[in-house]
Design a protein around this ligand. Structure first.
Ligand code: SF4
Ligand code: SF4
Ligand code: FES
Length: 257
């Protein structure tokens, strides 16, 4: 594997060729703000909070670090005046959209925010339309969420802007939402998301409810699902028992003498 060097804010960081700049910065404890990034999902580059200035081959340019692959030795600055101003502008727009969202207010406290006009049509639901939930639903759920409209009226919705009809209740969208605006409620027997209650199934080993029945049935159509489903903890224990606790050598059978 070829290695390259990214000198980020003066610190030399080695990176695998093709590794994304944001991941390299994270590994080296260099803080770059981000909103639409989730380590388990492909990069979206929609919030543009993770901007950085990259110098390579005598050329400087501003990139979104979450989707910028490092292919050769580069120098990076994450806090130039230009970047600070752009960040403030982006945070200002987000604040104008969702003025009471704690996550965005936290960004504003940390990085500042530029004055921007409030949107006439406030969404009132804390969504900054980062697109992470759509991405999560596509990769981990059943692909029933979309962004609709453009510009200031852009929002997340299911087709025809109804609650997502095909939703299987997996909860991935709520789990990744950085502003916590997708409501999810769990009781012993049900999970409620997008206003719909899903019956849960229980782990066949510990009895804990762990997955909506609709999600299990959806997955069963696509892949082999065990007839006796296990929650993540019990599945891990079962795997450990199978592979780690298996004796390396078995004793010869008793001869019966
Ligand atoms: S609901 Fe959350 S994850 Fe989805 S676009 Fe809005 S802020 Fe992003
Ligand atoms: S809970 Fe529904 S909408 Fe959310 S990711 Fe899962 S399937 Fe998609
Ligand atoms: S985290 Fe990179 S653009 Fe949002």
């Amino acid at each position: 594997m070829s290695m390259v060097t990214a000198v980020i804010n003066g610190k030399a960081c080695s990176a695998r060729q093709g590794e994304f700049l944001l991941d390299v910065a994270d590994r080296n404890d260099i803080a770059i703000p981000r909103l639409c990034h989730h380590e388990s999902l492909r990069g979206l580059a929609s919030c543009r909070l993770c901007l950085a200035e990259v110098s390579e081959g005598g050329r400087k340019r501003i990139v979104t670090s979450c989707v910028f692959p490092i292919t050769r030795d580069i120098e990076v600055e994450t806090n130039t005046e230009d970047i600070k101003n752009m960040r403030k502008m982006i945070i200002g727009f987000m604040l104008a959209q969702t003025p009471d969202n704690e996550k965005i207010l936290q960004f504003a406290r940390e990085y500042g925010s530029a004055e921007t006009a409030r949107f006439s049509e406030e969404k009132g639901n804390n969504c900054v339309v980062c697109g992470l939930c759509v991405n999560a639903c596509e990769e981990l759920g059943c692909g029933c969420l979309f962004t609709v409209n453009r510009g200031t009226t852009k929002k997340v919705a299911a087709p025809y802007e109804e609650p997502p009809e095909d939703c299987v209740g997996c909860g991935a969208c709520a789990h990744v939402c950085p502003t916590g605006c997708i409501e999810i409620e769990e009781t012993e027997f049900t999970r409620t998301i997008w206003g719909k209650a899903f019956e849960m199934i229980n782990c066949s080993s510990c009895g804990k409810p762990f997955m909506p029945k609709a999600q299990y049935e959806y997955l069963a159509q696509k892949t082999d699902m065990p007839a006796s489903p296990l929650c993540a903890d019990c599945a891990q224990t079962a795997l450990a028992k199978k592979y780690l606790l298996k004796p390396k050598y078995s004793l010869p059978a008793e001869s019966g003498r």
